[in-house]
Ligand binder design. Sequence first.
Ligand code: BGC
Length: 752
Amino acid sequence: MWRRIVLTIAVVAVGLSSEARDKKMDAFIGKLMSKMTLSEKIGQLNLQPGGDVSTGGAMDTELSGLIARGELGAVLNTVGRDKIRAMQQIAVEKTRLGIPLLVGLDVIHGYQTIFPIPLAQSCSWNPAAIEQGARIAAEEATSDGIDWTYSPMVDIALDARWGRIAEGNGEDPYLGGLIAQALVRGYQGDFSSVHNLMACLKHYALYGAVEAGRDYNTVDMSHLRMFNQYFPPYKAAVEAGVGSVMTSFNLVDGQHATANRWLLDDVLRRSWGFGGFIVTDYSSIAEMTSHGFGDLKHNTELAMKAGTDMDMCARGYVQHLEALVKEGKISKKMVDDACRRVLEAKYMVGLFDDPYRHCNMSDAEQAQHLFTAAHRQVARDFTAETFVLLKNEGQLLPLRKDATIALIGPNGDTTDGLLGTWCVSRPKSDAYPTLRQAMEHAVEGRGKVLFAQGCNIAPYGRMRQAGASWYIPEVDSEKAHREAMEAAAKADVIVCAMGEGADYSGESHSRVTLDLPETQMTLLRDLATLGKPIVLLNFAGRPTVMSWEKAHIPAIMNVWFGGTEMGPALCDVLFGDKSPSGHLTVSLPQHVGQEPLYYNHLNTGRPTADYDPKFRNYSSNYFEVTNGPAWPFGFGLSYTTFRYGDLQVEQQGRTVKATVSLTNTGEREGTEVVQCYIRDIACRYSRPVKELKGFERVTLRKGETKQVTITLDEASLSYYDMQGRLFFEPGEFDIMVGGNSQDVQTKRISVE
Ligand code: BGC
């Protein structure tokens, strides 16, 4: 099974050719399995959380018992190499066959050096930098006992209400695919280094399409849409050789994704050639009961028959598989296949060579790999590329370092609040600076920073009950407001650090409002009455509605959650040491009622122009707002300006080359993302009004011009049918190029 992965990676690793390694692995695992009992094989398919396991006698007896009896193949959610080594020792030294555990953790956007949330990272449109970030995360995690990460999460998400939109790469399947591959390469490398981390593609499939943006909700969609809009990033990661896949919590065609044979076997294994192992999401087999599929034993049978190899937390496999085999409902071969795939993964990670390879470093050695100055510098540079400048009236930004700056807002003086969702492992809160501290450092000796929190982050209620943003102090509203107004009155410029709390997005954090909370809006409106220049830094894990802000605040930058180096990175951009270059990978709506809002939609029979100010009866539009977003997919300003020359389109058979000249017309260096979209004009199935098919990040010095050519091949002009077959339909295409998905030049061509 792994042959495919090894061949995909196509490198010589551990001194062996991939084929020789394959043969060696087959022989080793064959021999090992010949000694295993059925129950030991089933044990390899059991994954349990080890969060409460600790060294020094306090180890959870149930877990240590499971390990010692050979009933556990893998653990998740344990942080720290000493705890991990203690568990590994039981597996290796106390079990009959000494098979090591596979140790997994959600290393989603960094381990100790925390990078921006994935949604922010995607706004860099820089897969190479994303790959480097994953490489660093892998180095850090593998130095602290981790073998396996539950990343990349590549679910396409179109509805901003869904909290897990923060964990993905936005609304575009093509860009999502490139990023998925970059992450797999970054984590796994070629498996030859001790620092390679097994990746886990998730959540397969369609989890981002939950109805109403409510987490864990129903999904129901056509196969045409699956193959064209939702599957490409999963497929891309498989092509990059991802080692494991996690199923999703939702239904696909009315069956649970964990027990859907078409999804797991027909599409993933047979059609795409996935050769690694499949793990469920947390407790999915048990949750199938609530979905209405029957009891745990029955669901265990369904999941195994569909091709799911490892059971995360439900204990269905460990409790019922043996009986199911004895009753003849599950064949021994099925268990063997699943067990083999799990053992192959352990082999690839190198655990049979040295089970302690990831948990045996001395403190001094480990310190050379964790949260190092070099890693933090890479993160700082990259984080600056993820901020998206939305508005900069009168070139208010960059700011002068000799100014008096009022820094106001609940996100201005927090460290935990910079990290965003999913940082199970993270450095201590005082190991990296808040924005306030970074700003004070940046202006030291020249300017002044006056900080005031100004308000509570939100009117609390259900949110506080959920423990949301516990790290931001609750303040007396009137007093905080007064302090903020006083600080602002003394300043030359006001910088507002507002928006969501870092934990307002992520798993189970769905929302029905997308605006800044009322507490913050009240303050922002009052600050605007002072008539001073205001910069709004919008912290967000999802698209935000900022209609009032767009009309009244001169400078707005979407800064997401940038991780441990966010403070210094923000200062680099705010004070002009770097120019912003991020471009949106999600559409920012004018109103929550437009959700799901995405640029690559199908047309209706009664379309209305995106910004048609007039309401048109019996057309597809709303009473209150125009159809378009407040800021479109692909949008992002720089401190310089760019001029696009006329679009030239050249054709050679089914290869199309779109060329523009790009000139930096401003006063400083800057980076633009040149984007190329197509529309297939007439086909058998309705196609989107725009589809991203290529882009290039171009850095130009002041006054510099460059010709940019984006080449589209036949595959770029093709699409998938209901069976997932890629096909090309001759006919007319619009080729569009521009700096965002709205402002494009278009040429219509015919391709035969
Ligand atoms: C999430 C997964 C995660 C898993 C293990 C689940 O609740 O959906 O994304 O990898 O937990 O922590």
